[in-house]
Design a protein around this ligand. Structure first.
Ligand SMILES: Nc1nc2c(ncn2[C@@H]2O[C@H](COP(=O)(O)OP(=O)(O)OP(=O)(O)O)[C@@H](O)[C@H]2O)c(=O)[nH]1
Ligand SMILES: [Mg+2]
Length: 331
């Protein structure tokens, strides 16, 4: 995951302390003018290198190759990406500024007496400290963003992906767990307390990703808060096929009519991709709402409980994804 390995960002105070204490050590190793020059060089280098490293550790939000639109939107649901980008560019500015101060003061520490050189060096230190203090808020914000983003789900936006939606208790997780070998990791994120589940399976040597979305695509759009809505639009960049699971028995606690309304709103939002409607719990067919199903037929039926037609549904989803792998020798 692109935001996983970001290092901690130093605070301005930590950075100033580090730069000046290393500079003092470098100065002690030498004498006279050389000590002053070495102190300036050490302090300026530590500041400009560390600040530059803060910035280059981040992927470039401007390039889709670096940050896929799925992760851009997801990140933007959690932090203010514009503010983050602005903060990063101010830090880059400060890094360059530290180098400029070095270049400006360097000549003043030559061909002069030690006291004058020391005076200039102290002046340079004051200006370096000032620059770093100016980006205090930015460094704090970048570190906050780093902490908030590092736990985003490990989803590969380039893998063919099936997203599973539907009201709570209809059998979404049962289905995902049934068709994936390893149980996908789940964790909670600001946009769903229940945790997005990610699993994988293989067909014809192609790896497919299947994503469970409790707390996100499990109720009407009007009931989503802003963060959840944005996470849903991130999923638009991810999904190659949507499986809406229904429980026509209503044992999930929601009438089939409401479930069908959710299906319609999902189909409207995800109009660019195939949306398959699957009625689960055929083993409970005796209590299905058959009248309504006659009005609004579904695409498939299955029972995750007994395993009936689960493979058929998965095959249909794979067909709907219609993924063509890029072959290295293709033109
Ligand atoms: N009778 C029957 N029960 C099922 C079937 N599939 C799932 N269930 C049961 O339905 C309940 C809910 O299943 P889950 O897979 O947790 O449902 P979910 O959609 O993931 O629910 P949330 O995570 O709360 O959104 C569980 O008790 C399952 O055992 C089925 O085919 N038949
Ligand atoms: Mg679930």
């Amino acid at each position: 995951m692109i935001f996983e390995d970001l290092p901690t960002t130093p605070t301005s105070e930590e950075l100033i302390d580090k730069a000046f204490s290393r500079a003092a050590r470098a100065g002690k190793a030498k004498g006279g003018l050389e000590a002053q020059q070495s102190m300036l060089q050490t302090a300026a280098n530590i500041i400009s290198d560390n600040l530059e490293n803060v910035v280059t550790a981040w992927p470039d939000f401007e390039y889709e190759d670096d940050v896929h639109p799925f992760y851009y939107e997801l990140a933007d649901a959690i932090v203010d990406v514009d503010k983050l980008r602005q903060s990063l560019s101010e830090v880059m500015w400060a890094s360059r500024k530290a180098r400029e101060i070095h270049e400006e003061y360097q000549p003043r520490l030559r061909k002069t007496d030690v006291d004058t050189a020391r005076k200039h060096r102290k002046q340079a230190f004051a200006r370096l400290a000032d620059i770093v203090e100016q980006i205090d808020d930015e460094l704090l914000y970048i570190n906050e963003a780093r902490n908030d983003l590092r736990d985003l789900p490990d989803i590969d936006p380039d893998e063919p992906t099936i997203v599973v939606a539907g009201y709570p208790n209809v059998g979404k997780s049962s289905f995902v767990n049934d068709v994936t070998s390893a149980r996908g990791e789940t964790a909670s994120y600001p946009f769903t307390t229940k945790g997005i589940g990610v699993g994988h399976f293989e067909r014809d040597h192609i790896r497919y990703q299947i994503v469970d979305t409790p707390g996100l695509l499990d109720r009407p759009p009007a009931e989503r808060n802003e963060i959840e809505s944005q996470a849903v639009s991130a999923i638009e960049h991810l999904a190659d096929c949507m499986l809406v699971v229904l429980d026509p028995s209503g044992e999930c606690g929601y009438p089939l009519a409401s479930q069908l309304e959710l299906r319609d709103s999902i189909a409207a939002q995800f109009e660019e991709i195939p949306v398959l409607t699957v009625a689960n719990k055929t083993d409970r067919r005796d209590v299905w709402d058959e009248d309504r199903l006659e009005e609004r037929p579904v695409d498939y039926t299955m029972s995750v409980e007994t395993g009936d037609d689960v493979e058929t549904v998965l095959d249909a989803a794979v067909d709907a994804v219609d993924y063509e792998p890029e072959l290295p020798f293709d033109e």
